[in-house]
Design a protein around this ligand. Structure first.
Ligand code: ASP
Length: 358
């Protein structure tokens, strides 16, 4: 039923891409302490073999190991590899849907990355890409990976009325757009689900679907995937009590191309940073402001007028804003090479308006 992708498979199938994570993790003493484990130990093919008997007979699976890491170690090169693999799978007429198994620590970054680089393509082709992961390692007595993976495969392979192609995620029996998935608890089984009223295969809530369509209407064109080694360097800096101007001036003589400020409250930052942030923008560093609170939108000129050139992140969290800024800075460079004049602000503004669907 499932095969590792050696020779290209030409019959209709679901491609399962493995990135590693706890879903592929093993605990040394699963009965005593399942939370003491190593992520990224099992190949994705063996995760599929484990659930084989529950997979409908008409669903053919092909697996491909893209990486097998603890996702806290996710790199930009791996994002490039994954994005290219997803686009290649979408272009392949034999591939009917794609599942990605991933660690939950940085699934938030991968979710927004795939939305911004492959979302329109998946929608236009009517194919679903489903991200999933797990909070317990594969050999834990109550491992959640098998049911999450089954849900993802069912959702990727089942025609669902009205549910368009796109980049989704499923965890703990609930579905959301992948760009809305985030780990918001260190250990709870439902930790990565930020928002979703819907369930995975077949029970998609109509009001949630209309939210998906609203997001897709706003997302008109995918951004280019940076080539390996060409990702712009962007850092996240958190404003806090006792912040010092040196935290900003430190970057002025570096190769940093962008800064995301995880500000307090509505995305404000310590007054000690003001002058050096103005200097950073003059220096050509792209600047985005978000909130460190973990919820709520960051809006332009609130609570006070923005530094000229600085953009507010809308509903993007700091990790998402960082990926969005990297893709925007890269897109600006590509755009200029092609003799056009769109700036990173033009690209970022299109992303910052995308709402979170609850
Ligand atoms: N540290 C793990 C990872 O992100 C956590 C997980 O997958 O749940 O790979």
């Amino acid at each position: 039923m499932s095969s590792q992708q050696d020779a290209p498979e030409t019959s209709p199938h679901i491609l399962v891409l493995g990135m590693g994570g706890t879903i592929a993790g093993l605990a040394s003493s699963p009965d005593q302490n399942p939370m003491q484990y190593e992520a990224g130990q099992l190949e994705v093919a063996s995760l599929l073999a484990h659930i084989q008997s529950a997979i409908p007979g008409n669903v053919k699976l092909v697996s491909k190991q893209v990486a097998n890491i603890n996702s806290r170690n996710l790199t930009e090169s791996l994002l490039t590899l994954l994005g290219d693999a997803v686009r290649e799978a979408l272009a392949n007429t034999s591939v009917k849907g794609v599942v990605v198994t991933h660690g939950t620590d940085t699934i938030e970054e991968t979710g927004i990355f795939l939305q911004l680089t492959c979302g329109k393509y998946a929608q236009n082709l009517g194919k679903r890409v489903i991200l999933t992961g797990a909070m317990l390692p594969a050999n834990a007595p109550k491992a959640d990976g098998p049911s999450n993976l089954l849900d993802a495969i069912r959702w990727a392979s089942t025609p669902i009325d009205n549910c368009p192609g796109g980049i989704y995620a499923v965890m703990d029996g609930r579905a959301c757009l992948a760009m809305d998935l985030a780990k918001r608890h260190g250990s709870a089984l439902n930790a990565p689900i930020q928002a979703s009223p819907s369930s995975s295969a077949g029970l998609i809530n109509p009001s949630w679907l209309s939210g998906v369509k609203a997001v897709q209407a706003l997302w008109t064109e995918d951004l280019p995937i940076p080539k390996e080694g060409e990702w712009p360097w962007v850092e996240i800096l958190t404003s806090h009590a006792g912040a010092r101007s040196e935290t900003i001036t430190h970057w002025l003589n570096s190769k940093v191309k962008g800064l995301v400020i995880a500000g307090s409250g509505m995305g404000g930052f310590h007054d000690a940073w003001k002058d050096s942030l103005v200097a950073a923008v003059k220096h050509g560093i792209a600047l985005v402001r978000t909130t460190r609170t973990g919820a709520g939108e960051t809006l332009p000129d609130l609570p006070e007028k923005d530094i000229s050139g600085c953009l507010a992140s809308g509903s993007l969290t700091a990790p998402r804003a960082r990926i969005a800024l990297q893709l925007s800075v890269y897109a600006e460079k590509q755009n200029q090479t092609a003799g056009k004049s769109l700036t990173w602000q033009d690209f970022f503004a299109r992303i910052a308006v995308l709402p979170v669907i609850r």
